[in-house]
Design a protein around this ligand. Structure first.
Ligand code: PEP
Length: 252
């Protein structure tokens, strides 16, 4: 069966020293009080090699927030999937709405990134979600269906290695959250698209996370939906108490 996962997205926050301290504090808290779901922290590239050895891999997985769409070579400033994997990281967020909006990441670019992540044995946490105008025009289903083109070329076996994150862009960092019913409705729709493409078993085994102003107060209700398998957490992943409270939403 699919896994429940709570993944943190640190974005462009924390110096190396601050990030190491945050990872150490989270690790101590989770080693002392084991989570009942998988926990992942996705950090800036420069933190990865320092963070992976200090967390207990039995309780925390580590990931990057992006990787290049090229294998290697003259791409100044880029970081390849192979480089990410060489730090010991196991995950990579791809297709985050901030990457799509500010760095022009298209379906085609993201297809390359997904392929390279999988070729380097990284688990993509692939983000999809509509902007406010699209939600207001009731176009959210068409939008997420189109975004899934970056992963729907994969074989069923490859697709089985992908984690999806539905993140309504209007809820990211805004304090506005999708209602529990809105989240369930679109997660069920996304799962139906996977079932159409790959069959029911693959769909049932796919973890679909919700992201967008998830916090200790709303996590339990969001995660209680049958098609919401955890969360991708931005702001609240920067404070151990808040992130742990979200992780603990899976406890009875
Ligand atoms: C995110 O960036 O993936 C996110 C969900 O951010 P926040 O939790 O801050 O809304």
């Amino acid at each position: 069966m699919r896994k429940n996962i709570v993944a943190g997205n640190w974005k462009m926050n924390k110096t190396l020293q601050e990030g190491v301290a945050l990872a150490q504090e989270l690790n101590a808290a989770l080693v002392a009080d084991k989570p009942v779901c998988d926990v992942v922290i996705c950090t800036p590239f420069i933190h990865l090699a320092s963070v992976t050895p200090i967390v207990d891999s039995a309780v925390i997985g580590v990931g990057a927030e992006n990787c290049a769409d090229k294998v290697s070579g003259a791409y100044t400033g880029e970081v390849s999937a192979a480089m990410v994997a060489s730090t010991g990281a196991q995950y990579v967020i791809l297709g985050h709405s901030e990457r799509r909006a500010y760095y022009g990441e298209t379906v085609e670019i993201l297809t390359e990134k997904v392929n390279l992540a999988l070729a380097n044995e990284l688990t993509p946490i692939f983000c999809i979600g509509e902007v406010l105008a699209e939600r207001e025009a009731n176009q959210q289903n068409e939008v997420v269906a189109a975004q899934l083109a970056s992963v729907f070329h994969l074989s069923a076996e490859e697709f089985g290695k992908v984690v999806l994150a539905y993140e309504p862009v209007w809820a990211i960092g805004t304090g506005k959250t999708a209602t529990s019913a809105q989240a369930q409705e679109i997660h069920a729709f996304i799962r139906s698209l996977i079932a159409e493409k790959y069959g029911k078993e693959v769909a049932d085994n796919t973890s679909i996370l919700y992201g967008g102003s998830c916090n200790p107060t709303n996590a339990k209700e969001l995660f209680s939906n049958p098609d919401v398998d955890g969360g991708l957490i931005g702001g609240a992943s920067l404070k151990v108490a808040d992130f742990k409270a979200i992780i603990d939403a899976f406890k009875a």
